[in-house]
Ligand binder design. Structure first.
Ligand SMILES: [Zn+2]
Length: 76
């Protein structure tokens, strides 16, 4: 009978999965501060935006402008 072996394997599989999920949730890395003010215009970044993207350093308006500039300005 290898029922126990299989059960253990399954348990490990699910534990690994939930661990990975938890790790993904703990981003950003320790020591990294979350920006509260847009680095371009200095306006407060909406909390909703930081919830979706904790690494955001610009408000939506400035981020969009930044990305557009990068897109059309060409690469280095
Ligand atoms: Zn801004």
């Amino acid at each position: 009978m290898d029922v126990f072996d299989r059960a253990q394997q399954q348990e490990e599989f699910f534990r690994d999965k939930s661990l990975a999920k938890q790790l993904a949730k703990t981003r950003p890395a320790p020591g990294k501060t979350i920006a509260l003010d847009c680095e371009d215009c200095g306006e407060r970044i909406p909390e909703m935006r930081l919830t979706v993207n904790p690494e955001a350093t610009r408000c939506i308006k400035c981020q969009t402008a930044f990305e557009n500039k990068n897109k059309f300005g060409g690469a280095d």
